[in-house]
Write a protein of this length. Sequence first.
Length: 460
Amino acid sequence: MATLNISTDDRQASLQGTSATLIASVAVAALGSFLFGFDTAVISGTTDALRQVFGLTENLLGLTVSSALLGTMIGALLVAKPADHWGRKPVLSAMALLFIASALGCGFAPNWYALLFFRFLGGVAVGGTSVVSPMYITEIAPARQRGVLVAIAQLMIVLGILGAYCSNFAVAAYFGADHATNWRWMFGCMALPSAAFITTVILIPESPRWLVKRNRLADAQRVLARIGHQNPGTEVAEIAQSLQSDISGVHQRLFQRKYLRPILLALMIAVLNQLDGINAVLYYSADIFRMAGADKTSALQQSMIVGLTNLVMTLVAMCLIDRIGRKVLLLAGSVTFIFSHCLAAWVFIAHLKGWVVIAALMGIVGTHAYSQGAVVWVIINELLPNAIRASAGSLICFLMWLFCAGISWGFPVIAHISSAGIFGFFALMMVLQLILVWRYLPETKGVSLEELQRRLGVLE
């Protein structure tokens, strides 16, 4: 296919503001990830109140927490076709509207069934955002900066988690730890960042790879030039070649032999991401501290410490991911995960309290932040080929959230039987991760998405 050309004057003009355009586009898309993180963690401050207000058993509390995750699975599974048909940008706008509806609906929920519905609705938004936000950033980022730029999405997830912990603590401090309406305010706070997301997402450009897929080559070239790619015409030609079947109208089936290796590798990382135990800690951090003997206010304060650890270690990962690579971070994380989960198990075996409990949870959260958390959204979208990125990413995220829902629903029940046992299980899963990543995962840093397809045997 012939390479499109852009005038020298146009290129110079576009390059003058590229850094700002690229960073702004990434930052706006990553607001969706902030809401993802906020929605994930805000429930941790409400679990005790929900037990009392609605008279929930441990099983019903698990259902309440995981109701959002059921929605997340649906959102992840159904978002692929809209993202491919209408584009990444309109789908992000739709997710912002769902986040607003969820925040207000949970805040004003008249009964438990309404709460379940609006938590489910927020989960749909989280699921859609978990697919589209990192996908969009992956598709606009230059190869040399792709790791750190996609890691901004993870940073925003972490900031969202920390924001939820801080807002939960602020609400409890303002109204009093036992105030009857605290949980409503905790849920409702998410409406503010949701409004910021919907008002800014309309300003970002569409994904150039989606534009090429729709045969809008000139538009794609203009976007690439605008966001700072050095050879937009050549890059459009390479993208078009990788999408040749789609552009010519030939439907690309997801389950083909040539796609098997990248799909299995991405699926491996996604499943192990859930089996590292992070969501059990994030959803139930305050409960874990209370199980270890902390009072209600101290548990919320200690949750904030865990959130700060998450932030600091995510920043460390952003400095390293494009230097030492994705595989090294996953291998190092496997080792520190094993030690951290074993320490958490020992806390409950020996009935330890105080700093040891904080150290164990900081170890788990900090390890996730610098390894799996920073790497997962980067490498899944790097491994998946252009032609099936939306559909395969949607399926993989669905399965990832399925595991997450099972763990989140089952954690309070299993922890009630054996708190040490559940952390021992997570430690064993990280031994498995160490073996599988060492043996099978290729390094992807600094390689163009199209070149990765060649190395994985997708392109001849």
